[in-house]
Design a protein around this ligand. Structure first.
Ligand code: ACM
Length: 267
């Protein structure tokens, strides 16, 4: 596309087999076949599965970022397809394990985010994220990253939006029903795009967990541009115009950031 405000973004909704990294990577590559975008977002922990029993197990499937198997496979795919990927995986650094997302592109490794709001038993399988939030320049877009349960904390999307994000990439493994609707509000209140890439399927390890699918792309007016099924593997791509996220005036008199009353919000 000529106008760099127009980009193509997409998600992959998969059903990983727990612990089977190579098969899960192959499956995602097959799902992507015939689909073309500037940026694809993959689910949280997309190549390992979600339900670790403890920290020892999440560590056993974790990798160094950069340098690990999944990161290297994504970089190879990015170079082959001239695409950017943001994808969730288990990260190890100095014996600490994080629920992370990696950002890669044709130029190689770009960055990572470590989930800061851990959900339920993730607290026994991962350390809480410890990296500053960052905005990445991806295919002309300013992109912020959050992972799944981060949606429940409006400060997260707000902070990324105030830092300049046009779009939030949101790798997820959703089990609660509310997130798809809540992300509409996150987009409206910040006038940003969000790409939530969820997984589908069921994991029966320590308990039976059903993932809700419904990956989606939402625009700054809260329109759902596309939403996936609850149960199937899917890839969807839409064209978005980043100009829409850069217009923060709602009316000539209302600017969504400048009208905030930070002087009154804290008691
Ligand atoms: C979640 O944060 N994976 C529910």
């Amino acid at each position: 596309m000529k106008n760099k405000e127009l980009i193509r973004v997409g998600f992959v909704q998969n059903k990983p087999i727990f612990g089977n990294i190579h098969e899960n990577l192959d499956r995602v590559e097959k799902l992507l076949d015939g689909h073309d975008a500037d940026l694809f977002v993959f689910p949280e922990l997309f190549a390992t599965g979600y339900q670790f029993k403890d920290m020892a197990e999440s560590r056993s499937l974790a990798e160094h970022i950069p340098g690990g198997t999944i990161t290297n496979a994504l970089i190879a795919l990015a170079q082959k397809t001239h695409t950017y990927f943001i994808a969730g995986l288990s990260e190890i650094e100095a014996d600490q394990v994080y629920n992370s997302s990696v950002i890669v592109g044709p130029e190689g490794y770009i960055g990572k985010y470590r989930k800061i709001h851990l959900f339920d038993t993730e607290k026994v399988c991962f350390q809480v994220g410890n990296l500053p939030l960052k905005i990445y320049d991806i295919a002309g877009a300013k992109v912020g990253v959050m992972i799944c349960f981060d949606w429940r904390f409006p400060e997260m999307a707000r902070t990324l939006a105030l830092m300049g994000a046009d779009l939030i990439a949101h790798p997820s493994n959703l089990v609660l029903p509310h997130c798809p609707q809540a992300m509409i509000t996150r987009c409206l209140e910040n006038r940003i795009f969000a790409v939530t890439a969820d997984r589908a399927g069921i994991e029966n390890r320590t308990e039976s967990l059903k993932f809700i699918g419904q990956s989606q792309i939402v625009d700054p007016d809260g329109n759902i541009l596309v939403r996936a099924s609850e149960t199937e593997e899917e890839v969807q791509v839409v064209n978005i115009n980043l100009e829409k996220a850069r217009e923060k005036f709602l009316t000539p008199h209302n600017h969504i950031f400048n009208d905030r009353r930070e002087d009154l919000y804290r008691s």
